[in-house]
Design a protein around this ligand. Structure first.
Ligand code: CO
Length: 138
């Protein structure tokens, strides 16, 4: 079951510079920084109300974020919807004809399980399903 929007991913070239910009906008006190090896990204995340914003910088030229920025420039990269079971969500939408980027949930930020749907199936909106692990504590 989809519970709502968990986070919005924003592709940035310079994480430190972006943190400063968004700090001015939202005056958040806590920013969580982590590297997700599987996605080849470094992420700075902070909450605005109930929704997390994830500023995402590539750690490698061949990462999906690096390719995205090369093609489209910086900006909104994806919207992540929280589910209590990502793999069953993937099976559900696949049956409805949605193309998947990830056939199975993979490790994401904040110890979440994540999977992406193909944007060509979703009006160009890169959509992520994410699931909070038991170890998730933020
Ligand atoms: Co995400």
């Amino acid at each position: 079951m989809i519970k709502g929007i968990n986070h919005i991913g924003i592709a940035v070239k310079d994480l430190d510079a972006s943190i400063k910009i968004f700090q001015k906008l939202f005056e958040f006190e806590n920013v969580h920084i982590e590297t997700v090896e599987d996605q080849k990204v470094k992420i700075a995340s902070f909450k605005v109300g109930e929704v997390m914003i994830e500023l995402t910088q590539s750690t490698s030229e061949d990462s999906p974020i690096a390719k995205f920025i090369k093609k489209k420039g910086e900006g909104i990269h994806h919207i992540a919807f929280e589910s209590d079971d990502v793999n069953s969500e993937l099976a559900r939408v696949k049956k409805l004809g949605i193309d998947l980027v990830d056939e199975k949930a993979k490790p994401g930020s904040h110890d979440m399980l994540i999977a992406f749907l193909h944007p060509k199936s979703t009006n160009g909106v890169l959509t992520e399903f994410c699931q909070i692990n038991d170890t998730y504590n933020k």
